[in-house]
Design a protein around this ligand. Structure first.
Ligand code: CUA
Length: 152
């Protein structure tokens, strides 16, 4: 009888854990890609739109979209140019393991998960150059994984 109680407690805490995980992922803007094929094989995510053409695209009068892929130990694109004061919508994923996208002195602190898409919107209010880097340990070249954002 006791085993049963413990089992229920186990299952209960597992469910609570999954719910918390789901809420956290949702809060960080992480969601599955548009199709199942993309979810099943992260390595080939760059044959499907939008990740087949990483880059910066204007989507409105003062709005831009940054399509980005990450992989051991780099990003595509590695250099991002965006105008000052524009709404920048990041849409990023990983092709292999979990990577990070961190831009010091901003609120950009994202987790890029294979088989998932991370979205985040940010507006730069000062011109200049920002380094962005990976802050999730991903292997021997982890420290080298970086790029730059130029706000003009
Ligand atoms: Cu990619 Cu650390």
């Amino acid at each position: 009888r006791y085993e049963r109680i413990w089992m229920n407690i186990g299952i209960g805490s597992l469910i609570i854990f999954l719910i918390i995980l789901g809420i956290l992922a949702f809060g960080m803007g992480i969601h599955p890609p548009d199709s199942l094929e993309q979810t099943a094989n992260p390595e080939t995510i760059d044959i499907y739109p939008p990740f087949d053409q990483p880059g910066v695209y204007q989507t409105g009068p003062n709005e831009y979209e940054v399509i980005m892929t990450s992989f051991i130990f780099s990003y595509e694109p590695r250099e991002i140019r965006v105008p000052l004061g524009a709404k920048i919508h990041f849409k990023a994923t990983s092709k292999d393991v979990v990577h990070g996208l961190y831009v010091p002195n901003t609120n950009i602190n994202l987790m890029l998960v294979p088989g998932h898409v991370t979205e985040y919107t940010y507006t730069f209010d000062e011109p200049g150059e920002h380094l962005f880097l990976c802050h999730e340990y991903c292997g021997t070249g982890h420290q080298l994984m970086q790029g730059r954002i130029i706000v003009y």
